[in-house]
Write a protein that binds this ligand. Structure first.
Ligand SMILES: Cc1cc2nc3c(=O)[nH]c(=O)nc-3n(C[C@H](O)[C@H](O)[C@H](O)COP(=O)(O)O)c2cc1C
Length: 172
């Protein structure tokens, strides 16, 4: 693995966190990273809800069956999209743009020694409704994913899932 890409290979889903806050400056760095992602026609149709309140994090976990790590995470960033802002009003562009921002945030966590896990909400309607309710998200804004973030309580090895079978050269 190329050492220059350590932050990418070290980005793993981590689901156990230390009881330690993430400083505001680091949260700002993560948001800066997210909003430096590419977006179709540079429409930047994304919004980010920073959640630190313990009760609110627990309430979010209540409606996300595979998001129970939120109960110990000191921070979540909820990535939402505004369909009216997306290029051509296309949901696909909205999801691609927001996913690019999400991955940038995850790589930034890795580069800064933080730990994170991507929790999908979209397209599961019950999760979308739950997040709308807990976070008072307006009807025209789509919650897409939750990022649980903290300091790693367990070591997770760097890796790639490189597969030659997934690579096609020149033609399929
Ligand atoms: C769209 C999406 C949704 C995901 N949702 C969850 C989730 O709800 N709960 C969870 O624990 N992990 C979730 N993950 C993390 C994946 O399980 C994880 O990325 C995958 O197993 C690969 O492991 P790695 O991230 O350590 O490389 C999600 C990842 C993606 C891209």
């Amino acid at each position: 693995m190329n050492e220059k890409l350590t932050a990418i290979f070290s980005r793993r889903s981590v689901r156990e966190y230390l009881k330690k806050e993430v400083p505001d400056q680091m949260v700002n760095d993560l948001l800066q990273a997210g909003m430096s992602a590419p977006s179709a026609m540079c429409r930047d149709p994304w919004h980010f809800i920073v959640v630190r309140d313990r009760k609110r994090l627990d309430a979010m976990a209540g409606g996300l069956p595979s998001g129970q790590m939120l109960k110990t995470a000191p921070l979540a960033i909820v990535v939402c999209g505004d369909p009216d802002q997306a290029h051509d009003h296309q949901e696909s562009y909205l999801l691609q743009d927001c996913s690019a921002a999400i991955e940038n945030i995850l790589i930034a966590t890795s580069a800064m020694g933080l730990a994170a896990c991507w929790l999908g909400a979209h397209p599961r309607s019950e999760r979308i409704v739950h997040l709308r309710d807990v976070l008072q998200i307006p009807a025209n804004i789509m919650p897409i994913s939750v990022l649980a973030i903290g300091w790693p309580a367990v070591p997770v090895a760097a890796r790639t899932r490189y597969s030659e079978q997934a690579v096609h050269r020149e033609t399929w």
